[in-house]
Design a protein around this ligand. Sequence first.
Ligand code: HEC
Ligand code: HEC
Length: 556
Amino acid sequence: MLAITRLDLLLSGLAVRRTDGTWLEKNDWFAYLSGRAGRTNFVLRGLPPGDYDRLQFNIGVPPDLNHAAPAKLEERHPLNPMVNGMHWNWQGGYVFLALEGRFTPLASATAGSQNQSASGFSWHLATDRLLMNVEVPVTLALSGERAADRRTTLRVALELAQVFDGIILDDETSSTHSRPEDRLADKLRQRVEQAFLPGQRADTAGPVEKLVTPLTAQSGPVVGTPYRFTMSAAFPKPALPRDNPLTMEGVALGRRLFNDPLLSRGGKQSCASCHQMQAGTVDAGKAFSVGVDGQPGKRNAMPLYNLAWKSEFFWDGRAKSLRQQALMPIQDELEMHETLANVVGKLKAAGGAESYHEVFAWAFGSSDITAERVGLALEQFLLTLTSHDAKFDRVMRREALFTAEEQRGFELFHTEHDPRRGLFGADCFHCHGGPLFQNVAFANNGLDHEPRDLGRYLATGREGDRGKFAVPSLRNVELTAPYMHDGRFATLEEAVFHYVRGVRHSPTLDPNLAKHPPGGVRLPPEDVRALVAFLRTLTEESLRPGARNVALAPSP
Ligand code: HEC
Ligand code: HEC
């Protein structure tokens, strides 16, 4: 059995050869292709008329870009880490090609053993040495009349069978991360370079046309004073909503709504009741919060930092925007259990020094109070909750030093676990890597053989999503106990220990964990302590209970 769960590539340096043998190079061209994200093609524009017979490109990015800080890239650029999720390394650098999947080892398949468990492989080719160069013969005729507005689709296929040819999947081949002595990486590089084949050629206008539609910026009068969104220089640029620009007035309204119990039936619970600003924006210590009717919810409250970098919300990602998300707890019968019509009615009637009519007018240009505007204002406020100034960040800026134990934890966190190659790390960075300490994805981290809560599956209905949950950011994790979607672990030590001994196999267990020895990475107790010590360096001091924090303080 072999199942591919991920195929992601970064492409650069495109060139086409004219039939007269001269090459036309496009060095500023980049693309991110991903089977998971459905990005299986790219658009090339502005080729001069002519006849071309060869196509060349690199898989990977050239060294100068590979080592440059990606923070300056425009938010939708294919090399922006938020777009591609392929830049997870503090030392800098992109993954050029990621190929992951699950397989049944030959030995256990032939032995026919009952409890044969599938294993996982994760191949990540990176490092300058492994920049791949692909050349494919093509037939591309862009000459003649109307050549300029002619659209041509060229199909080029990656033959996966050719990549796997001659590689026997076993424990030896379960991972590669392109270290110099890694022979599998070298072999894969050659295989991949040879595995691109020309496909049939077709001329079309429709689909390509769609792909090149430029993003339309929202127009309309600007209301309010622009809000200065702050983030770390090490973070990628987030895609803030263009149709809901942050303004001081909008954010202030959102903050007031967030703290107002009028949003709930009975008027006793606000968003802040379960997302307490003085308790890491979660419901201090509770596995399940209790709603207005006295009933517990089904999942652990989530922290609200750095939401600007997420595009799907809740543990299962069922909300596609913050404005949509923000109206859901209001109506949830296990939470605030109120109707939007009632909320709007109550806001209209509310008195106070400044009526909501006035505040809505400052934020949106007119005094209409609508549910949609409640969502937009809450979205603005939620987007401003960033966290990027923990001890970790100061260490990265060389303004502070890790203790020896924290340093050990940092290294374990960012090192693979591959005993055969003498690597005994904790392998956390695959999912919790990068400056946000999350990869903005959903994964099954092996909590159960049979998940009681089906997680992501409930939002997508896809079998492959059973038991997957949003990978949480580990920033401020010290403040957000208990842990996991159901709050099953009371302490950080227990949560970390899960990865050491407690990982359970199931068909959707992430390949990055399935490749480990049964149970997990089997680290000694002092390493678990070091990991916890490192995780504590991700706490933003100003968010600790009792610390003074202007940004998060409720409005007066
Ligand atoms: C009764 C407790 C409770 C109340 C009240 C509450 N929340 Fe939550 N919040 C939760 C829980 C529990 C989750 C996770 C639920 C899930 O995944 O199904 C959550 C998740 C979220 C998320 C998703 C974060 C992410 O990373 O995906 C956001 C945003 C959020 N809440 C904002 C709000 C806002 C805004 C309000 C007020 C309108 C609010 N919450 C009221 C308990 C609460
Ligand atoms: C395959 C991806 C993956 C890997 C690798 C991984 N995690 Fe996780 N981690 C997750 C997911 C998904 C969750 C949430 C699971 C849930 O609640 O169902 C999570 C949750 C956590 C939590 C709880 C956070 C919270 O707010 O509840 C901690 C702590 C944690 N991981 C630490 C680690 C450490 C330390 C490592 C390395 C030893 C690690 N993780 C490796 C995917 C991963």
